[in-house]
Design a protein around this ligand. Structure first.
Ligand code: SAM
Length: 308
């Protein structure tokens, strides 16, 4: 679990996740290279739901075609039915990994939903005064902007005491984790960041890397990246976190799956810990074991405490 994804191999080019919903060929029905039936789409929906909990809307039919047809092309498979048969015949088939990677949506940005970071800073100040080890879990880390925003907040809030904080960043998608671990981003990704923050935490690329920035190694070292499916029957982490970030991923799950996941967060969160979720997400009608503590920010209700 704690095994690091290799990431100090020098300041080299990185794979970038494709922009959302791209690779499209416009109105694709009449331009398809591969046979793709309604039943194929329905089966894909079932497969991705069972594997990682993502509920695909009917409106995603073309997006699914665009993303998976690249796999068919790479594998020289003539039609979706044959591709899907390969997967359904063997749940350990290594193709499951690119299948899942192709169907996740990885939109993210540095200091997205910025109101959460002052709350995190406040929590860090309070908890670091009474304890020497703090830990944070970023559970849908995507390409790393979120865990590095957490790390910047930790570094700028605690200064030399930042080393007391461990940050675990997980995602189900192995491709985005490679980008995250490399910590290299095109300049546009940081153009809205305050110049002093940028100077403190990033290096500017030169030569081959002109047009990119790289997260400073000391910040990179604060974050451990690992693959974790939130739907996995076992989560390997032990102990409790001061904060869990689970932002903009619950939205892809149905209510039952959301409830299962947040219920599993509860024992992993310290009684004073905070659970941060995304701007369009809510635990209302999902879980009664958390109380709202701020904008899309929750705290556990401890046994015996009155419900609010
Ligand atoms: C839209 S991004 C959100 C990224 C970041 N949390 C943010 O708010 O900017 C959703 C992320 O959730 C990940 N994801 C989807 N299903 C998952 C699952 N079952 N377990 C873990 N991560 C998952 C996707 O791979 C993707 O990187």
């Amino acid at each position: 679990m704690r095994e690091r994804v290799s990431r100090f191999s020098g300041f080299v080019g990185v794979m970038q996740s494709p922009p959302e919903g791209t690779g499209s060929s416009g109105s694709i029905a009449d331009r398809r290279d591969f046979v793709y039936s309604e039943d194929d789409f329905k089966l894909i929906c079932k497969m991705i739901y069972r594997r990682v909990g993502i509920s695909l809307a009917v409106s995603k039919r073309d997006m699914v075609y665009n993303r998976l047809s690249r796999r068919l092309r790479a594998l020289r498979i003539p039609d979706f039915a044959s591709y899907l048969k390969r997967l359904t015949a063997d749940e350990k088939n290594p193709e499951w990994e690119p299948f899942v990677n192709a169907l996740t949506t990885n939109t993210t940005s540095f200091f997205r939903e910025s109101h959460h970071f002052p709350m995190l800073a406040e929590l860090l100040l309070a908890n670091s005064a009474s304890r020497s080890n703090l830990s944070i879990w970023c559970s849908a880390a995507s390409t790393g902007e979120e865990p590095y925003s957490i790390a910047m907040t930790v570094a700028d809030t605690l200064g030399p005491k930042a080393s007391q904080v461990s940050i675990l960043a997980t995602d189900v998608d192995t491709e985005v984790l490679k980008v995250a671990a490399a910590g290299v981003y095109p300049d546009e990704r940081v153009e809205k960041m305050a110049p002093d923050l940028l100077r403190r935490h990033f290096l500017r690329g030169k030569g081959d890397q002109a047009g990119n920035v790289r997260v400073r190694p000391e910040l990179c070292q604060m974050v451990d990246f690992a693959q974790l499916n939130l739907l996995a029957p076992e989560w390997p982490m032990r102990g409790q976190f001061d904060a869990i970030f689970c932002r903009n991923v619950l939205i892809y799950f149905d209510r039952q799956t959301q409830a299962q996941i947040v219920t599993r967060f509860a024992p992993l969160l310290r009684p004073d810990g905070l659970l941060f979720i995304g701007h369009s997400e809510s635990l209302f009608h999902v879980s009664e074991i958390f109380r709202l503590r701020g904008q899309t920010t929750y705290q556990r209700i401890m046994p015996g405490e009155p419900l609010e």
